[in-house]
Ligand binder design. Structure first.
Ligand code: 13P
Ligand code: SF4
Length: 357
């Protein structure tokens, strides 16, 4: 029963004390968030992974790429545990190392490998945090960097200082929305088409590209529409519409603001009491914000509940299981990135952490 699980998790946490830290992403359900020692967006959770070097283990209540990142950034003797190994991210799965390598080789054929007169290389690869460690490693090896939704513009600036163009994967929407806000015209953001190799892609557009987009997207954020925003404005005059930058471009353009999960949270916290918000992001987070802020009216843009089904795979039952196993001396569901990938992946992550806004 829920009560029994609650009792077991609390008892395990009390037994473990500071030996173990539980991190939770904003999209986790309340029944999991209640046990988290730290809750944040993916950038904050990456920082949190190294904030407790004394802890023997980090239990990551989030998805696989986040746990991998925690493993990359935590100490060598710390273990990272993902309570349910089936908690992946469908967007992260839309780019794999083989297809990115193939794309890269074709771009090298197109643009060559020589820097221009000001020392900028032909292409800088930028991977969204929502990607496998292998892709972060690819970026580390090829002069590239990682970004999250909270620092994408800073990271793109970093990349434009060093490269004539950017190859951005896997999320086309974050890439497009961020580059557009920085003044890159849409016609200079062609999308790489893996089914049309070199020559089949629009060669002219690729030649003139500033940002080459990948075809990935988030199935949760893809659901938000301009019609939903129009309806929210009609039904709630004065409503502030805030969406996540993983939403399609017309939705971000129609919204009042776009930002990471932490940006959304802070915008709500800063608002005068009595504000009304329509939010375009995952439902568990929106419902929690609504419950935490009874002084505001907060609702999800999508009237049909839209959870992230993979985030939802972290259930208190799994949490109880991994904690009790740890007490018994067994580390279950450990996420460990092999050294050959971890070394270059850390380089790309460190570049992100050092990039200044
Ligand atoms: P944040 O970086 O805003 O936490 O978003 C992570 C994510 O997976 C959004 O879908
Ligand atoms: Fe991945 Fe979308 Fe879920 Fe975020 S909300 S973890 S991008 S599937």
């Amino acid at each position: 029963s829920d009560e029994e699980l609650d009792r077991r998790i609390r008892a395990a946490k009390a037994t473990l004390g500071d030996r173990l830290v539980i991190l939770g992403h904003f999209y986790q359900r309340d029944e999991v968030i209640t046990y988290a020692d730290f809750v944040g967006d993916s950038f904050q959770l990456a920082q949190a992974a190294r904030a407790r070097p004394d802890a023997e283990a980090i239990v990551f209540c989030g998805v696989h790429f986040m746990a991998e990142t925690a493993d990359l950034l935590s100490g060598p003797s710390q273990s990272v545990i993902l309570p349910n190994l089936a908690a992946g991210c469908s967007m992260a799965d839309m780019a794999d190392i083989d297809s990115v390598t193939e794309c890269w080789e074709q771009l090298e054929e197109l643009y060559g490998t020589e820097p221009d007169a000001s020392g900028r290389v032909p292409v800088i690869p930028v991977t969204y945090m929502n990607s496998s460690a292998a892709l972060k490693g690819f970026c580390g090896e090829h002069g590239g960097i990682v970004c999250t939704s909270s620092n994408a513009a800073t990271v793109l600036e970093w990349a434009f200082e060093r490269g004539q163009r950017v190859l951005f994967f896997p999320d086309q929407h974050l890439g497009r929305n961020t580059a557009k806000a920085m003044g890159v015209p849409l016609e200079r953001m062609p999308m790489w088409n893996p089914r049309k190799p070199l020559g089949g892609n629009d060669a002219e557009a690729i030649q003139d590209a500033r940002v080459i987009l990948w075809h990935g997207f988030c199935s949760v954020h893809k659901r938000f529409t301009v019609a939903q925003i129009d309806r929210a404005r009609a039904e709630h005059p004065g409503v502030r519409v805030i969406v996540h930058p993983e939403c399609p471009m017309p939705v971000v353009d129609a919204a009042d603001e776009a930002g990471s999960t932490d940006y959304i949270k802070k915008a709500i916290e800063r608002a005068p009491a009595g504000s009304t918000f329509a939010i375009g992001t995952e439902i568990n987070m929106v419902q929690r914000l609504a419950a935490e802020h009874p002084e505001h009216t907060i609702f999800c843009l999508d009237p049909v509940v839209c959870p992230c089904s993979t985030m939802y795979r972290i259930h208190p039952g799994y949490l109880a299981w991994v904690l009790e196993a740890f007490i018994a001396g067994e580390i279950v569901n450990q996420i460990s990135v092999v050294d050959s990938v971890a070394l270059p992946a850390r380089v790309a992550l460190e570049r992100m952490l050092a990039a200044k806004p």
